[in-house]
Design a protein around this ligand. Sequence first.
Ligand SMILES: Nc1ncnc2c1ncn2[C@@H]1O[C@H](COP(=O)(O)OP(=O)(O)O)[C@@H](O)[C@H]1O
Ligand SMILES: CC(C)(COP(=O)(O)O)[C@@H](O)C(=O)O
Length: 294
Amino acid sequence: MQAVAFAPGHITGFFKAEVEPKEPEQKGSIGAGFCIKEGVTTKVKVTSSDKPGFKITVTGYKSDNTQVSEFVVKEFFKIVNQNYFLDIEHNTTIPVGYGLGSSGAVALSLAFALNKALGTNLSRTRIGQVAHNAEIHCKTGLGTVLSSYHGGFEIRTKQGAPGIGSLQKIHTDYTAIVICFSPISTKQFIKTELSKINGLGGKMVTKLLKSRDQMEFLDMSLEFAKYVHVITRQMQLVIDDLSQNGFKSGVAMFGETVFTLVPKTKEFEVMQILKKYDGVIIKTEIDKSGARVS
Ligand SMILES: Nc1ncnc2c1ncn2[C@@H]1O[C@H](COP(=O)(O)OP(=O)(O)O)[C@@H](O)[C@H]1O
Ligand SMILES: CC(C)(COP(=O)(O)O)[C@@H](O)C(=O)O
């Protein structure tokens, strides 16, 4: 038994954490962001075994730990009543820890692939909830799984796992161009900084619901990043350079990562600007489909 699933990466421009509820399914965030065509593809091979076991390999961008994957595996082992060995392979085309939602995409792609390969027959919603709970448990994300599950450019209006949280989609044909400098641990941020930054994100959601304007989203993301104090000297140089050339930018939560959204005709110009800097550049379309079995 074998299955392959993909989950898109996701960039949050601004958010408000909602972590008071007790149940992990009810926790999450409201905010706004978009899914990208780069993400995580997970392949699972299942064989019968004397005792439960698994092996995880990663190709593409590597991670220093696999705790999110391990949580998802354990949840599925609770559901099946036979012993299996799981050979899991994550192929990651987004760097880890830069605010591109690698943890959420790992959890979702693995949950979809395991459900198919093990024949557990969970509903799409339940698969999404297992992945969301993994993120909440590992403190690697709040609203990413809900967004990556649905795809598109979203305004998240109610926090929670798929089936509980809700979002509205904004239409876009723009390309996202992203430059990543260094990682920021989401876990560290969620543990230490959340209480200080919970004022602005909710107001921004209300404002963006009225305008539904991508350029206003970029302005808000930048304002949010200033408020959260995550803009480094390196990021400011890029933001200023883009601005002097007429391009707005946003900051991906949480990474030393600047992004912009442009029509196809402007892609070349933006790439020329960003090439001067020593970061990983990703040019990608918005993924409108969300997580899926391949
Ligand atoms: N390819 C991968 N394989 C296994 N686990 C991964 C992989 N990529 C990310 N993760 C998990 O996600 C965590 C990073 O999450 P986080 O700091 O939120 O970064 P990001 O902003 O990329 O989501 C890692 O510590 C690891 O637990
Ligand atoms: C911003 C974040 C809390 C983390 O996102 P990432 O670092 O990409 O895992 C996200 O999950 C959200 O709630 O909007």
